[in-house]
Write a protein that binds this ligand. Structure first.
Ligand code: ADP
Ligand code: ZN
Length: 521
C-alpha cells in the first residue's frame, strides 16, 4: 500500500500527531528520499521523529546510534507501544537477549534498532549490517564526535567509516548542542560533506526570562504567581522530593491549586497528577526534573525554578516547556549562593569519574555565569548555543537594565581573604573574617590574626555574598573539591587579585535586612 506510506500518514497513524513541527517535514523528506542530513535542533524540538519516520518509510531497518543507554530503552519501549518493531543492543542485555535481537535484525523482522556506538563498530556487528537491509543510519548526540566538546566519545570517531562501508545508505546526524566549530568538526569527522544542514533556532521569543536573588524563595514565588500568573497553568521545579512536597502543600494553603510530582511517588499518583495537570486549567505542578519528559501541554504559562538547574542545557529544556503555544510565558528563577554549594556538593559526592566531575563543574559555572549576567538573558542563552542575536527587549535585564556599581577593590579583598585562610572555607566564614567578627570559628583558626580580618567592615554581608557569587560565576573561584562548600582560587583569579580585571555588581535596589543563614541565601 504505497499510498499509506507518506510521511504525514505515518505521523498521524503511528505517532498520533497531526502536523510536523518546524523543520521536521523537510528533514524527513530529505532522509526518506535517500539524502544525508545534519540536524541541529534544541532539546524537546522533536529530533526523534526525524529518523523514526524515514525508518518506517524506507525499506529495511533504521539503525540508530545513541550513547545514552537509559534513553535507548525508553525510546524502544515507546516505539513498541506504538506498534513499531523496535529493539536495542547495549551492555544491559544478557548475551542470550543480545543474540535474539541480532537474529531478529538479520531476519529483517525489525523496523528500528538502537545500538551503542562501541558495539556498532565491532567487526561482528559490521558483518551483521552487511547482510541486512538497512533503511538509514541515525547518529544521535552527534556532537560526541567533537574532541573539544564536553561529551567526547572516542567510539564516535569511527562512525565516519559508515560513509565508505555503506555508501548508498542515508545518514542523519543529530544534536542539540553545537557551536560553529563543533558543526564543522561533525561534518568532517562523520563524512557529512554532502549532507543538507538543518539548523533550528534555539530562540523562544515568547518566553520572558527573569532571575532574582533568593530571599525567601517560596514567598517570592507566591508573589510572582499572584502578580503575573493568577489562575494559570505552570510548573515549579525544585531540587529535592521533600522540597517538592513542602512547596506543593504550602502553595495549597495559599489557595493555589498545586500538585506534587517526583519519582518517589507511586506510579498511579504520578499518572493521576500528570493527567490533572494536562487536562485541567490553572494547575501548578511542583516537581523534580523527573517531570516533563514527553509532556506536551501547550498552554503552560510559567516555569519557575526554586533551585538552580545544574546546567544551561537543563535550564533551557525545563523553561522550554513553557509557552509551547507561542503565547507569552514566563521563565522565572530564584537562586542564591547556597544553591551553588548544594549542587557543587552533589557533583563531588556523586561517585562519577574525575573527568565527568570536571565537565559537570564547568556546566555549573556556565549556569552561574548566565544567572549572574547583567546584560540580555536571551542573548546570553543563545550565545551559549552558538547563536548570535540582538538584545531581546523582553527579559528582566532588558526591561530594567541593572545599575552597576564597581566592586573591583572588594573583589581583591574577597579573593585575598580566600587565599589568606588557605583556600578551603565557605562564604559564611569568609564574610565573617572580612567583617571582623570575632566568633569561635574565627578564633579557633586564628583568622583574627590575618591581614584580611576586618578589612571589609563597611560593606554589608549581602554585598560580600554577591561579590563571591560573581567571582565563582567568572571562574575566579572554584568550589574546593572536598565538597564541603569551601572556595579556592583558580588561575583566573590573578587579574582580579591584581585589580586589573574590573568587577561590576548590580546595585541593590532595595535595602533588606535579612540573616543570610536563616533564609538559606
Ligand atoms: P528531542 O529529541 O529533540 O529532544 P523529542 O524527539 O524527544 O525531542 O520530542 C520532544 C517531544 O515533542 C516528544 O514528546 C514528542 O512526542 C513531541 N513531538 C515531536 N514532534 C512532534 C509533532 N510534530 N507534533 C507533536 N508533538 C511532537
Ligand atoms: Zn533581553
Amino acid at each position: 500500500m504505497p499510498d499509506q506510506r507518506t510521511a504525514l500518514h505515518v505521523l498521524e497513524h503511528v505517532f498520533g500527531y497531526h502536523a510536523f513541527r518546524g523543520e521536521q517535514a523537510a528533514i524527513v523528506d530529505q532522509v526518506a528520499g535517500g539524502g544525508d542530513a545534519l540536524v541541529l535542533m534544541p532539546t524537546g524540538g522533536g529530533k526523534s521523529l526525524c529518523y523514526q519516520i524515514p525508518s518506517l518509510l524506507r525499506d529495511g531497518c533504521g539503525v540508530v546510534v545513541s550513547p545514552l543507554i537509559a534513553l535507548m530503552q525508553d525510546q524502544v519501549d515507546a516505539l513498541k507501544e506504538l506498534g513499531v518493531a523496535a529493539a536495542f543492543l547495549n551492555s544491559t542485555l544478557s548475551s542470550d537477549e543480545a543474540r535474539q535481537v541480532e537474529q531478529a535484525f538479520v531476519a529483517g523482522d525489525l523496523q528500528m534498532i538502537y545500538v551503542a556506538p562501541e558495539r556498532l563498530v565491532t567487526p561482528r556487528f559490521v558483518q551483521l549490517l552487511q547482510c541486512t537491509k538497512i533503511a538509514l543510519f541515525a547518529i544521535d548526540e552527534a556532537h560526541c564526535v567533537s574532541q573539544w566538546g564536553h561529551d567526547f566519545r572516542p567510539e564516535y570517531l569511527q562512525l565516519g567509516l559508515l560513509a565508505e562501508m555503506f555508501p548508498g545508505i542515508p545518514r542523519i546526524a543529530l544534536t542539540a548542542t553545537a557551536d560553529h566549530a563543533t558543526r564543522e568538526e561533525m561534518v568532517q569527522r562523520l563524512r557529512l560533506e554532502d549532507a543538507r544542514q538543518f539548523v533550528s533556532s534555539f530562540d523562544r521569543p515568547n518566553l520572558r526570562y527573569t532571575i532574582i536573588e533568593k530571599k525567601s524563595g517560596r514567598e517570592q514565588l507566591l508573589q510572582f504567581i499572584r502578580r503575573s500568573h493568577e489562575g494559570d497553568s505552570g510548573i515549579v521545579y525544585c531540587l529535592s522530593r521533600k522540597k517538592v512536597e513542602d512547596t506543593a502543600a504550602w502553595l495549597r494553603e495559599k489557595e493555589i491549586r498545586a500538585l506534587p510530582y517526583h519519582a518517589g511517588l507511586d506510579a498511579s499518583t504520578r499518572a493521576k497528577h500528570q493527567q490533572i495537570f494536562i487536562r485541567d486549567e490553572g494547575v501548578v505542578m511542583v516537581a523534580t526534573i523527573a517531570f516533563g519528559m514527553g509532556i506536551d501541554k501547550p498552554d503552560v504559562r510559567f516555569v519557575a525554578h526554586l533551585d538552580l538547574p545544574k546546567s544551561i542545557e537543563n535550564y533551557y529544556q525545563e523553561t522550554g516547556r513553557g509557552g509551547r503555544d507561542g503565547l507569552p510565558a514566563s521563565a522565572w528563577l530564584t537562586y542564591g549562593l547556597n544553591d551553588v554549594m548544594l549542587l557543587s556538593e552533589m557533583i563531588e559526592s556523586s561517585g562519577a569519574s574525575e573527568q565527568q566531575k570536571l565537565v559537570e563543574r564547568r556546566k555549573l559555572e556556565a549556569m552561574l555565569g548566565y544567572v549572574e549576567a547583567t546584560d540580555c538573558r536571551r542573548q546570553t542563552l543563545l550565545g551559549y548555543f552558538g547563536e548570535a542575536s540582538q538584545p531581546c527587549g523582553n527579559c528582566d535585564n532588558c526591561l530594567n537594565p541593572p545599575q552597576l556599581i564597581e566592586q573591583t577593590e572588594a573583589a581583591q579583598k574577597a579573593l585575598s581573604c580566600v587565599f589568606r585562610t588557605g583556600n578551603r572555607f565557605g562564604v559564611g566564614h569568609l564574610v565573617d573574617v572580612l567583617q571582623g567578627k570575632l566568633n569561635d570559628k574565627v578564633r579557633q583558626h586564628f583568622h583574627d590574626k590575618i591581614s584580611t580580618f576586618g578589612i571589609g567592615k563597611d560593606t554589608d554581608e549581602a554585598t560580600w555574598r554577591a561579590v563571591y557569587r560573581q567571582l565563582v560565576a567568572r571562574g575566579a573561584l572554584r568550589m574546593s573539591p572536598d565538597g564541603h562548600g569551601g572556595l579556592a582560587l583558580t588561575d583566573s583569579a590573578r587579574p582580579y587579585l591584581r585589580g586589573e580585571a574590573p568587577l561590576f555588581l548590580r546595585a541593590r535596589t532595595e535595602k533588606f535586612a535579612y540573616k543570610a543563614r536563616e533564609t538559606g541565601f
